[in-house]
Design a protein around this ligand. Structure first.
Ligand code: ADE
Length: 227
């Protein structure tokens, strides 16, 4: 898979991709993440990428030209499945969207800033808009990293225990059951006996029961969506 992220703050995206699972996925050649500095596509001396909004009002708008030049350049090299714009008014990110996007081969993700992008970018250059939640971030970079992480960890070979992505919360529409590790007792706080029993079927049943219990308690709307 290839993910091309367009940003005017490339430094913000350095650390999420240079550690742990996302770094290993790139080292193994399972994903190529390219960060593109939007200012490199500006045509003026100051390398500016934003301007005042027509009609007035507070806040700068990201201009269409550098964005178009960058996307056109990327598209001249290869074909993309989606050109995504990170925006608080996009489609709400969820596990099912992560699953869908993990099946794609090539994605562009555009990070917004200031008052957002010139509307013509959204009309003519973008194929999908994604929000990571009903709150406004200072820019789309952290959101892009969240989306990329949720996709990359699903790629075959990225997680060492391949089944562990399948047992994530939300993967089957439920919240994951509690997990425990050694010691079996700490300060008198005990691990449930069933997990120490070695009885696989009973452990599976216990996990399903806890998953349902937890979902009912914390996210009852997920159970309604499942029916
Ligand atoms: N940019 C600013 N806020 C955002 C959000 N909630 N989701 C995606 N991109 C954003």
């Amino acid at each position: 898979m290839q993910i091309d992220i367009i940003t005017c703050l490339p430094k913000l995206l350095e650390s999420p991709f240079s550690d742990s699972i996302l770094k290993r996925a790139q080292n193994k050649g399972l994903v190529k993440v390219n960060i593109h500095d939007l200012r490199d596509y500006s045509t003026n001396k100051q390398k500016s990428i934003d301007d005042y909004a027509f009609g007035g009002g507070a806040g700068m708008v990201m201009m269409i030209e550098p964005i178009d030049r960058c996307i056109t350049f990327l598209k001249s090299k290869t074909e993309y499945d989606e050109v995504i714009y990170m925006s608080p008014d996009g489609e709400l990110m969820g596990q099912s969207l992560a699953n869908q996007l993990s099946l794609k081969k090539k994605l562009i993700i555009l990070c917004g800033h200031y008052k957002g992008v010139d509307e013509r970018v959204r009309q003519h250059l973008i194929t999908k808009e994604i929000s990571i939640g009903d709150y406004v971030l200072s820019g789309g970079e952290l959101a892009a990293a969240v989306v990329a992480d949720s996709i990359i960890r699903l790629l075959p070979g990225v997680l060492s225990d391949e089944t562990s992505a399948l047992s994530d919360s939300f993967q089957d529409g439920l919240i994951a059951p509690p997990v425990y590790s050694r010691p079996a007792e700490y300060k008198g706080w005990k691990v449930p006996d069933v997990l120490l029993s070695g009885h696989e079927l009973k452990i599976m049943e216990w996990r399903t029961e806890k998953s349902l219990e937890r979902t009912k308690e914390r996210r009852p709307e997920l159970l309604k969506n499942n029916c």
